[in-house]
Design a protein around this ligand. Structure first.
Ligand code: ZN
Length: 141
């Protein structure tokens, strides 16, 4: 991995900490908007999904591979402050699982888009969201 990528990832991780809009999320939003999809931001739901589609009763999370421990090659455990990081990251994993359970028990469809998928192909990631939404629209008639 190049230094440049590492730097990008680090700033992305930092922005996740502060809860600001992050670049991958913005890219996804712009594409969806361009395709005419309407969604809610910061809709009050368990786990604060990144995108909420009321009509399809669907939520989309854009997840950082590090923070949410995707298990892909972007995923790692820091070697310093091991105890802190393991506790932090394990609790993130547990929270994600709980959030998914709660949302699904409330009838929401959940989709997760990973940072590495967006890095690989933005259009494929958007396509994945659109397919997911179309499927949910069809199912509800
Ligand atoms: Zn990943």
């Amino acid at each position: 991995m190049t230094d440049k990528l590492t730097k990008t990832r680090r700033s992305w991780n930092m922005s996740r900490i502060t809860g600001n809009d992050t670049k991958p999320e913005i890219l996804i939003r712009k594409e969806l908007h361009r395709k005419g999809f309407r969604y809610r931001l910061k809709y009050k739901l368990t786990g604060k999904p990144d995108l909420v589609f009321l009509k399809q009763k669907s939520v989309v999370f854009v997840h950082g591979c590090f923070w949410h421990q995707h298990g892909c090659s972007n995923t790692y455990r820091p070697k310093t402050n091991k105890k802190f990081w393991n506790t932090k990251l394990d609790s993130n994993i547990a929270r994600d699982k709980k959030v998914k359970e709660i949302l699904e028990s409330q009838g929401w469809n959940t989709l997760y888009i990973w940072e590495c998928e967006i890095e690989k192909s933005l259009s494929d990631s958007v396509e994945k969201i659109l397919n997911f939404l179309n499927e949910k629209s069809n199912n509800s008639g």
